[in-house]
Structure formats: structure tokens, C-alpha cells
Design a protein around this ligand. Structure first.
Ligand code: NAI
Length: 482
């Protein structure tokens, strides 16, 4: 009964709406629903205590309930201050058998529009397991790596016996993290070390989080094994590309309702996300210009028919600017100062450092005004305004509802299978970063074919022998790029 209050969401009365959308989403997520059936009896996640840090959306609700259906206990936080869908969070807190007066769901700590303090508090709550021997989870499911980062920083500072002074923080967010770790070190100097001791592994959703994992592996600081879910083919070649193709224009439309046709749009970065974004804008009739630093991706963009040039060349004349790089300082304050009146500026990469929001705020005489939540105008001293979406955070989740269910069914089927791999086969995954075995990747794709009426051609044994594969797959070598 005590545990009933072990959650924090915006408004429990939204649970019924959330449940209705979850039910609709289940039909659009055939991969996850098939996995529920496939593993109903085996319960491979029985005994797993999964801490999730991933956008608390309707689709994520279906993922959470899949993990539970496979035997896991779950605690959850969102991985972005603007990405929670409050009705989905409410439905998860209430649970399928509860009511707003008698919530019986899952401990979830997420609401749309958290402050940075609240965000890191939520992450800490999701990582704190009241009834566990270590006080923590034994599995992490991460998106962008914030839960993994908190554990690793906590352990590192506990080893030193001290946390760097708050004054040395490099950003507002870093200051909040340092404050949090100063507090936990005071309360329990071994909190994070204890907590990390039973973690069997982390499965990481996105490009940016995966970068962090490989960096820790290189530096020798990685504490437990990790599966790079992002580089499953059925994740990055689908979610990053087709997901953004859907949700980028959805975000721009809901935020501004500006006609995209005929406008000039600049997409910075032509990786998986950039490819989806460029196609999305072109689909609306925009003239799309791409910027790239990688000659291969630049050539791809040119072959796909886009003009490829530098931001400097076009910053004066374009109407819409979208960053997709996962890199920092892509659009600087000085660039925004050169843009046209009412140019739209948004980011769809994981973190908010692609657009220099701090620099923008420091321009003398600039005035920020809220049009509605997650849509702001910034008026320069000469009267020119630009429109910035989601304060520079990922706009498809801040201004719209992120990727739709069908594509997330692929990503989250990969996530679920990766959780099962790490949890049930610890001996096969010593500390390091792995990708999902290809047969599982192909399995996930297969689970989505029927729903689209796809009829697959059956490979004949002689043909299989001729191209050197098994009739049942995998059909490609690991180095094949799709
Ligand atoms: P990627 O590595 O495939 O693509 C990024 C591209 O940006 C690369 O081709 C790189 O050469 C280019 N780039 C880097 N610095 C640049 C610069 N200064 N100017 C122009 N181009 C530059 O990565 P991916 O998978 O496309 O992901 C990009 C970001 O989007 C990551 O932060 C990822 O976590 C995030 N993401 C966001 C999603 C969403 O729903 N909002 C979905 C999936 C990923």
C-alpha cells in the first residue's frame, strides 16, 4: 500500500485517455505483441529489475508493459524534460487494473515540462529501488545514456571520495548533476558503488548514448556490458530514418502550422536522422539544402538530389533550419543573428547543444517571448524575430508525439530482445559494447512483415548454398550496410 505513492506524474485523471491510446498502439506494435506471446511462458525477465530512462510516450508504455509481461519489475523516467506524454505516464502509474483513486501500476517519474532539477530527481528515483539488496536495478534500459552516466559518475566520485566543486560545472545541467552527487555522497558514500554492483548490463537506444558507451569502453571506465541497440539495422535504419521522416514535419506543423511547401529548408547532417528529415521536408514540397562534414554522406545527399553547401552560404536566405548531427555548436548565436525574419530553428538530435541557446540568450537586447509551451520567438534589437522550437531540444518529441507506434515496435522489439540477451546470458557478454546478433535483427523485421502484407520469397537450398548462407538466415555478413 505504501508503494502506491511511489510515482510522480502530472495528472492521474488522464489515465483513461492514456489507456485508450495504449490499446490502439498495441495493434500497431506487432513486434512487441508477438514477443509477449513468444515469451509468455518462459518469463525470461523474471528477477530483472529494469530501470528505464526513455521518453515516456504511449509507445514506451507498450514497451514497459511488454517487459512486465516477460516477468520484469520496472521503474521508469523520461530521458528528456519535454518528451513525456502525460496521459501515457498516468496510464502506466495507474496500471491496467487500477483506477486514479487506486493506482496499481508501475513506479514512473515523468511529466512534460520538467525543470533540470526535477529531471535528474526523476532519473535518481527510477534508479532507486526501495526493496532491492543493492538499492538499485540489475538492468538499465537507456536512451541517450543519462541513467548510465549518473551511475558511472557516482561510482567514479565515490572512488575519489569527493565530487568536484559545484562552481566548476560546465553548464547548468552539469551543476545540477554535481549538486545531486554531492548530496548522495553525504547521505551514503557508497550509494552508487553498491547500486552498480549488481547491474548486469544496459541496452542503449540512441546514437548519442552509444557514442558515450564506446568512449567509456575506450577509456576503460565502462562498469558493465552494454548492447548498442541503435545499430541494430531494424533500429537505426528505420526509427532514425522513417521515424524522423514522420515526426519532424509533425513537430514543425504542430508548433507553427507554417506551410512548408515552397520554403527553403536546411538540414544539418545527413546521417540516418538527416536522411529521414530531408525526405520529410522534400515530401512537403520544400527546397532542401544539406550541410555535412563527412564526404560520404555529402555525396549521398548530392546523389539524392539535394544541394549540399555550408551553413554560411545559406543562413541568410533559408526559412527552416533543422540540426540532426548529434554534434555540438552547429547553429551558433551569430548564425541566428543573420537569419531571415521568422525563420524557424529546431533540433532533432538527442541533446540541446546543437543550437547555441546559451549564446542566443546572451545577445544584448534580445527578447524571448513564449508563443505557447515549447514555441518561442526571440526578437533581436533591430526587431527581427526567429522562432525556436522546444528551446533547442528534440522537437519531434517536444512539439509533437515522437515517432509513431509501428516504427517504435521495431526499436522496442530490439530493446526487449537485448534486455533478454544481457539478463539471461551474462557469461556470453563480458564488459564491453555489443550489437544485437543478426538473427535477432532479422527476427524483428520478420515480425513486422505480415502487418504490411509483405510476402517474402523463400530461399531455395541450392540458392542458399550458392550465396553461402543458411536457408533460415542470417542472410548478410556483419559488414553489410543495408
Ligand atoms: P549519424 O551519425 O548517422 O548522423 C549524424 C551526421 O551528422 C553524420 O553524418 C555526421 O557526419 C554529421 N555531422 C556531424 N557534425 C556535423 C557538422 N558540424 N555539420 C554538419 N554535419 C555534421 O547519427 P544519427 O543516427 O542520424 O543521429 C543523429 C542524432 O539524432 C543523435 O543525437 C541521435 O541520438 C539522435 N536521434 C534522435 C531521434 C529523434 O527521434 N529525435 C531518433 C534517432 C536518433
Amino acid at each position: 500500500v505504501e508503494n502506491r505513492q511511489d510515482f510522480k506524474v502530472a495528472d492521474l485523471s488522464l489515465a483513461e485517455f492514456g489507456r485508450k491510446e495504449i490499446t490502439l498502439a498495441e495493434h500497431e506494435m506487432p513486434g512487441l505483441m508477438a514477443i509477449r506471446k513468444e515469451y509468455a511462458e518462459a518469463q525470461p525477465l523474471a528477477g530483472a529489475r529494469v530501470t528505464g530512462s526513455l521518453h515516456m510516450t504511449v509507445q514506451t508504455a507498450v514497451l514497459i508493459e511488454t517487459l512486465v509481461a516477460l516477468g520484469a519489475q520496472v521503474r521508469w523516467a523520461s530521458c528528456n524534460i519535454f518528451s513525456t506524454q502525460d496521459h501515457a505516464a498516468a496510464a502506466i502509474a495507474v496500471g491496467p487494473d487500477g483506477t486514479p483513486d487506486d493506482p496499481r501500476g508501475i513506479p514512473v517519474f515523468a511529466w512534460k515540462g520538467e525543470t533540470l532539477q526535477e529531471y535528474w530527481w526523476c532519473t535518481e528515483q527510477a534508479l532507486t529501488w526501495p526493496d532491492s539488496p543493492t538499492g538499485g536495478p540489475n538492468m538499465i534500459l537507456d536512451d541517450g545514456g543519462d541513467a548510465t552516466l549518473l551511475v558511472h559518475q557516482g561510482v567514479a566520485y565515490e572512488k575519489d571520495g569527493k565530487v568536484p566543486p559545484v562552481e566548476t560545472a560546465e553548464s547548468d545541467e552539469h551543476r545540477v548533476i554535481l549538486q545531486l552527487l554531492h548530496r548522495t555522497l553525504g547521505e551514503n558514500p557508497r550509494k552508487w558503488t553498491q547500486l552498480a554492483s549488481e547491474i548486469r548490463g544496459v541496452t542503449e537506444e540512441t546514437t548519442t548514448g552509444v557514442h558515450r558507451l564506446y568512449e567509456m569502453q575506450r577509456e576503460g571506465t565502462l562498469l558493465f556490458p552494454a548492447i548498442n541497440v541503435n545499430d541494430a539495422v531494424t533500429k537505426s535504419k528505420f526509427d532514425n530514418k522513417y521515424g524522423c521522416r514522420h515526426s519532424l514535419v509533425d513537430g514543425i506543423n504542430r508548433a507553427t502550422d507554417v506551410l512548408i511547401g515552397g520554403k527553403t529548408a536546411v538540414v544539418c547532417g545527413y546521417g540516418d536522422v538527416g536522411k529521414g528529415c530531408a525526405e520529410s521536408l522534400r515530401g512537403q514540397g520544400a527546397r532542401v539544402i544539406v550541410t555535412e562534414i563527412d564526404p560520404i554522406c555529402a555525396l549521398q545527399a548530392a546523389m539524392d538530389g539535394y544541394q549540399v553547401t555550408t551553413l554560411d552560404e545559406v543562413v541568410y536566405k533559408a526559412d527552416i533550419f533543422i540540426t540532426t548531427t548529434g554534434n555540438k555548436d552547429i547553429i551558433l548565436a551569430a548564425d541566428m543573428a543573420k537569419m531571415k525574419h521568422q525563420a524557424i530553428v529546431g533540433n532533432i538530435g538527442h541533446f540541446d547543444n546543437e543550437i547555441d541557446m546559451a549564446g542566443l540568450a546572451k545577445i544584448p537586447g534580445i527578447v524571448k517571448d513564449e508563443v505557447k509551451p515549447q514555441v518561442h520567438t526571440w526578437t533581436f534589437p533591430d526587431g527581427k524575430k526567429i522562432i525556436v522550437l522546444s528551446e533547442g531540444r528534440l522537437l519531434n518529441l517536444g512539439n509533437a508525439t515522437g515517432h509513431p507506434s509501428f516504427v517504435m515496435s521495431n526499436s522496442f522489439a530490439d530493446q526487449t530482445l537485448a534486455q533478454i540477451e544481457l539478463f539471461t546470458k551474462p557469461d556470453e557478454y563480458p564488459t564491453g559494447v555489443y550489437t544485437l546478433p543478426k538473427h535477432l535483427d532479422e527476427h524483428v523485421a520478420r515480425l513486422h512483415l505480415d502487418a504490411l502484407g509483405v510476402k517474402l520469397t523463400q530461399l531455395r537450398p541450392e540458392q542458399a548454398a550458392y550465396i553461402g548462407v543458411d536457408v533460415a538466415g542470417p542472410y548478410k555478413a556483419d559488414h553489410y550496410r543495408y
